[in-house]
Design a protein around this ligand. Structure first.
Ligand SMILES: CSC[C@H]1O[C@H](OP(=O)(O)O)[C@H](O)[C@@H]1O
Length: 347
């Protein structure tokens, strides 16, 4: 299994996803700001993965500050920088807030606690992926041809992945014949990362540009669309990689099931709808260049939102680690949240 995050005795090693698919190199992080930079530059990315990376960042910072005079204040400031490193994916803030709220005093007890919490989330996310894969695969009829957007695999999570975890399980169950992989402009998480993961797994996949999805659906070559999520509101409105909303509109028009796959840690219990989900806007060069090569006039104005919001009315089902919500998402999501931690996922 690919390891996007590798904790060691005194650091956290992060697989630099910016260098994929050509090179596998790890960044050794010994301070919080090294992890913040890795998250903000998308060296590590994907809602669940950045939450795990963030907790290890908190741990290495506590390790480095142990014994410092202003260590407590410096650690709290670092915590805020980690928490706010990327605004849309709720997992990061949720994990940091949860761990910070119940931390013990300071010193070695705090260091041990933070490492223990990071290890626990690492394990938990891996198990969540396995449960989602089972629930999601059951939705797909045999010989399905599915389309996916961005990267929701082992690189974006810990373990099988979310939407890509469902695809892996469904393929293993003989339910998938073909995967259409959206390249996912501007940062190409689909062509660089999802395609790389599927090639490694030997799963039949074909790379397409984002603009090709519509005609594939019109030709009847797509049986389902599977995507991940960065933040899901209580009514099921979902923020995900830019381009997801367009796919949902296309799927709705062509009567194709549109599935969102995400762990409960992606659900924002405080938001009644997607209107208030903060959408991260990123640097213009990400659109104007590819790997430093200009593909647009140098000072061309750019609009570069990293995510968009799909209204729940366009979503066929939301697959989580405790079961599947369909139809009345508000009630369905509330029921799935009630299952959390009970160890007996919804049937
Ligand atoms: C299971 S990852 C969820 C989500 O994260 C990705 O965004 P990014 O590559 O910017 O971190 C994409 O929206 C995935 O669907």
């Amino acid at each position: 299994m690919i390891e996007p995050i590798r904790p060691t005795a005194d650091a956290v090693e992060i697989l630099d996803q910016r260098a994929l698919p050509e090179r596998m190199r790890y960044i050794r992080c010994t301070r919080a700001d090294m992890v913040v930079d890795a998250i903000q530059s998308l060296a590590v990315r994907g809602a669940p993965a950045i939450a795990v990376a963030g907790l290890y960042g908190l741990w290495v910072e506590a390790l480095a500050l142990a014994g410092h005079t202003n260590g407590t204040d410096e650690l709290e400031a670092a915590k805020d920088r980690i928490r706010n490193a990327r605004p849309t994916a709720v997992n990061l803030a949720w994990a940091v807030d949860k761990v910070w709220a119940t931390r013990p005093g300071e010193g070695s007890a705090l260091v041990r606690y933070l490492r223990r919490e990071a290890d626990a989330l690492y394990q938990e996310e891996s198990l969540r992926n396995e449960r989602m894969a089972q629930f999601g695969a059951a939705l797909l009829p045999p010989s399905s041809r599915v389309l996916t957007h961005c990267n929701t695999g082992s690189l974006a999570t810990i373990g099988l992945g979310t939407a890509l975890g469902v695809i892996r399980q469904a393929y293993a169950d003989g339910r998938i014949d073909q995967v259409w992989v959206d390249e996912t402009r501007p940062l190409l998480q689909g062509s660089r990362l999802t395609a790389w993961e599927l090639v490694q797994d030997g799963i039949p996949a074909t790379l397409i540009t984002d603009s090709m999805a519509a005609s594939l659906m019109a030709q009847g070559k797509v049986d389902a669309v599977l995507v991940g999520a960065d933040r899901i509101a209580a009514n099921g409105d979902t923020a995900n990689k830019i381009g997801t909303y367009g796919l949902a509109v296309l799927a709705h028009f062509h009567h194709i099931p549109f599935y969102v796959v995400a762990p409960l840690s992606t659900i924002d219990r405080t938001l009644s709808s997607g209107n208030a989900i903060p959408i991260e806007e990123r640097a213009a060069h990400e659109v104007r260049e590819i790997r430093g090569q200009a593909i647009a006039p140098r000072d061309m104005p750019v609009f570069n939102p990293a995510f968009d919001v799909t209204p729940s009315s366009l979503i066929s089902a939301i697959v989580t680690d405790t079961g599947v919500a369909q139809g009345d998402f508000e009630t369905g999501i509330a029921k799935l949240l009630e299952q959390e931690g009970k160890g007996t996922p919804d049937a």
